[in-house]
Design a binder for this molecule. Structure first.
Ligand SMILES: C[C@H](O)[C@H](O)[C@@H](O)C(=O)CO
Ligand SMILES: [Mn+2]
Length: 416
């Protein structure tokens, strides 16, 4: 049987439970995912400002790390060519591309330092999202926006403001809003004596940043909390409660990173609440494993549950991005697996008879609800996925992987 014939058979199975797979495929194609550049070079960046810090760590030494913007763009291009649909890219400020002999510190970054990325995105017709980089820098050794040192704090305020200007430049050049997400690593290894003062300083820093003039319809500023970091186990200044309150009072967005909460706390359960109080919510989908918040996204239960909430809440209200970094495997393969898995999870959610399931819940018919949810798990989603890949011009099943091994031999092997 061909992929199309299998799809046609699957279409009948889904039709019997009231799901129109042709509509589902159109809907899936409309959901962009922002692919993070930092998987390609182990969060190293190009500005040489400092080794990776901030309580995050990339482990592994797989050969072929991108060493400069040309290599990173080529790798991202190759990965994107194996992922169905049109997506976005997500950059950190440390990925500025300087001219020969030029360099600018983080607080002096300008749109021109990202012109090469705009060129890259324009040629591919994709949007860019952005993140100020408040780590891997000598001025981020202790604290950034919550620092007790006024000069350090002023430096990072200027940096984030520079990033808002760059984000607006991306939005204007590319004709699509830019989500600009602020994450800071500030926190304490051991029990602090004063949690309020650092948080009050962070609040004041954000107030100063947001007092600048920028176009809110073009730049969606978001704040990302984290419950811990390596070396910041006891307290993070940018906690969930801090940012949720700040975002809500100041009309900006919250970004929920699925690796940033307590081990039994799940982001999938937070999305519906956020969408009742905010117009939009931003996500970093990742996979936490014990102390690490950034393993490659799998087609696992929590990713599926997140996708269900995205689809049920309205995919246009959720700004979807991935955030992981694995240096122990081929980095392009990590991107492709993570992106395709996020899409498979969205497909899984779109293929559910969501209204029927909700009606069973509303009528408290939990017996039938459990039965149907479980039976649906074995419906032929794979046949729909393979057809989605085929009609979008990318290899179905594992057929994309031979291109990764060829690229590894032809391109990555030369990177010593
Ligand atoms: C590179 C980081 O992962 C990213 O900026 C941040 O979103 C994070 O999740 C830190 O743990
Ligand atoms: Mn994140």
């Amino acid at each position: 049987m061909t992929i199309k014939e299998r799809y046609e058979a699957a279409r009948e199975s889904y039709k019997a439970v009231g799901v129109d797979t042709d509509q589902v495929l159109l809907a899936l194609k409309q959901i962009p995912i922002s692919m993070h550049c930092w998987q390609g070079d182990d969060v190293t960046g190009f500005d040489g400002a400092g080794a990776l810090s901030g309580g995050i760590q990339t482990t592994g030494n797989y050969p072929g790390r991108a060493r400069n913007s040309k290599e990173l763009m080529a790798d991202m291009d190759k990965a994107l060519s194996l992922i169905p649909g049109k997506h976005r890219i997500n950059l950190h400020a440390s990925y500025a591309v300087f001219e020969e002999g030029e360099w600018a510190d983080r607080d002096k970054l300008e749109p021109k330092h990202f012109a090469k990325w705009v060129e890259f995105a324009k040629e591919r017709g994709i949007g860019i999202d952005f993140n100020p980089t408040l780590f891997s820098h000598s001025k981020a050794e202790h604290a950034t926006l919550s620092s007790e040192d006024p000069e350090i704090r002023a430096f990072w305020i200027r940096h984030v403001q520079a990033c808002i200007r760059i984000s607006q430049y991306f939005a204007e050049e590319l004709g699509t809003p830019c989500t600009m997400n602020i994450w800071i690593p500030d926190g304490f290894k051991d029990i602090p004596a004063d949690r309020t003062s650092p948080r009050a300083r962070l609040k004041d820093s954000l107030d100063q940043i947001l007092s600048m003039d920028y176009d809110k319809s073009k730049v969606f500023v978001a704040v990302e909390s984290k419950v811990f970091g390596i070396g910041m186990e006891s307290c993070t200044v940018g906690s969930h409660e801090f940012y949720m309150n700040y975002a809500s009072k100041n009309d900006i967005l919250c970004l929920l990173d699925s690796g940033h909460y307590h081990p039994t706390e799940v982001v999938s359960d937070k999305i519906s609440s956020m969408l009742l109080f905010f117009d939009k919510v931003a996500l970093h989908v990742t996979r936490p494993v014990r102390w690490d918040s950034d393993h490659v996204v799998l087609f696992d239960d929590e990713t599926k549950e997140i996708a269900k909430e995205v689809v049920r809440g309205g995919a246009d209200r959720v700004l979807l991005a991935l955030d992981f970094f694995d240096a122990s495997i081929n980095r392009l393969s990590a991107w492709v697996v993570g992106m395709r898995n996020m899409q498979k999870a969205l497909l899984n959610a779109l293929l559910l008879p969501n209204e029927k399931l909700a009606a069973l819940q509303e009528s408290r018919n939990f017996t039938e609800l459990m039965m149907l949810q479980e039976e649906l798990k074995l419906y032929p989603i794979g046949d729909v996925w393979n057809y989605f890949c085929e009609i979008n011009g990318v290899p179905a099943k594992e057929d994309w992987f031979s291109q990764i091994t060829a690229y590894e031999k032809e391109v990555l092997a030369d990177r010593k």
